[in-house]
Design a protein around this ligand. Structure first.
Ligand SMILES: [Zn+2]
Length: 411
């Protein structure tokens, strides 16, 4: 992966990026290869898609029919990742060939921005000629920066405000407006955030074949001549063995830290962390740590609820008998009534709640929003308790018992 790491933070030809992906994936020695491309719907992104098709897909992917070898694709305004999509792609490419040994699945996520030269040295981003008129690239990012409220813009806006960082305010700083840098930084930060969403989905998924995932993100620089690409970063998630390794190398998600420079006629963007590889965040582990931190504020439960603890514990029979689902449901309801957040964090940490809930819970700042989201998580899991796999139900019962033991009975 070193060759892909060397591309991070700098502008490269689209064909060169596709070639380096191909070479690096070959080096992984997997028996099957899959590809997944996420781009904006903008017709200007055809060059980016074509480079991935010619430089990677045609050479590496299994044959779909006749001579066609094509990636799984999302194209929507703003290049938004959609929850659950990578699991479908993985399912498709986990062919008999891949299952024989292992699958290497490449996910490439591209935002885009117009990049033009003004005068001798100046770069300008965000708009360029299209069909004889000046036109905005990317229109979706521009819509968010200008306060549009259509659903795609609301999704992108929520991403820019996620996890307690107001990236929208940083992007709207006047000093970024003079050269259209907000369009470049906005596209870079959003592509980075989409990549992380995809990674959360991967972390939460058991692949059909031993799988190594390469999730790259970047921004296509749409130009009057050939387009190029600014590589933002890459995740390598090796889920081929029991001990998973997950590393990230590239830009962070805060555009306030981005530094733009032009070196030898090529655009570079760096932040203080972009030069070094680091481990990947695990939201389930984060939820477990938040739960620990809540321990100072143990909720108080009614005497009845404490009676339920006994039932759940005896129903568990020291882990030998299958957990009583009805008791589990009651115990969850009792704990949720006293502390929705603690209950939701238990569900996230144990893997009973879907991972996109984990991220939402992490992002919510206002206590009332947090409580509403927590109640949604609890309600969602309660509705599915009878269908939870036995080992998950056991784990959940044990975790709820631990939570009960921290609570104090009230009169
Ligand atoms: Zn666009």
């Amino acid at each position: 992966m070193q060759r892909l790491h060397d591309l991070v933070g700098a502008e490269h030809d689209l064909a060169e990026v596709a070639r380096e992906i191909r070479t690096s994936v070959r080096g992984l020695g997997a028996s099957g290869v899959g590809g997944f491309l996420v781009t904006c719907s903008d017709e200007s992104e055809h060059e980016c898609a074509q480079a991935f098709q010619r430089g990677f897909a045609l050479e590496m992917l299994p044959r779909l029919k006749y001579g066609e070898r094509v990636p799984f694709r999302i194209a929507n305004p703003g290049a938004r990742y959609e929850w659950g999509a990578v699991q479908i792609a993985e399912n498709h490419f986990a062919t008999a060939e891949a299952r024989r040994d292992s699958l290497a699945l490449v996910v490439k996520i591209n935002g885009h921005v117009a990049a033009t030269q003004t005068g001798a040295s100046g770069l300008r981003f965000g708009s360029m000629e299209r069909y004889g008129d000046d036109s905005v690239y990317c229109g979706a990012v521009d819509a968010v920066l200008n306060g549009a409220t259509v659903p795609f813009a609301a999704d992108l806006r929520a991403d820019l405000l996620s996890e307690g960082t107001d990236r929208l305010a940083s992007l709207q700083a006047p000093e970024l407006a003079s050269d259209g840098r907000q369009a470049l930084f906005g596209a870079l930060a959003l592509a980075r955030i989409q990549a992380r969403k995809c990674v959360l989905d991967i972390q939460d998924h058991v692949p059909a074949a031993p799988t190594v995932y390469v999730v790259m993100h970047g921004v296509t620089l749409n130009k009057p001549g050939h387009d190029s690409e600014l590589v933002g970063g890459l995740y390598v998630l090796d889920h081929r063995g029991a001990a998973r390794t997950e590393r990230y190398h590239g830009l962070g998600d805060d555009p306030a830290a981005y530094q733009l420079s032009a070196e030898a006629g090529r655009v570079h963007v760096r932040d203080p962390q972009s030069g070094r590889e680091r481990p990947v965040r695990d939201h389930r582990a984060l939820a477990a740590r938040r739960l620990e931190a809540l321990s100072g504020a143990a909720p108080s439960l009614s005497g009845d609820a404490h009676g339920m603890l006994g039932k759940l514990t005896s129903a568990q029979g020291g882990g030998k008998r299958p957990v009583n689902r009805a008791a589990l449901k009651l115990a969850l309801a009792a704990l949720a009534a006293a502390s929705p957040l603690a209950s939701a964090l238990v569900l996230v940490a144990e893997g009973a709640a879907e991972i996109h809930h984990a991220r939402k819970l992490d992002q919510a700042e206002a206590p009332e929003v947090q409580e509403r989201l927590a109640r949604d998580v609890v309600d969602g899991v309660r509705a599915r308790i009878d269908d939870l796999p036995p080992e998950l139900a056991d784990r959940l019962a044990a975790a709820l018992v631990r939570e009960f033991q921290r609570t104090t009975p009230s009169a």
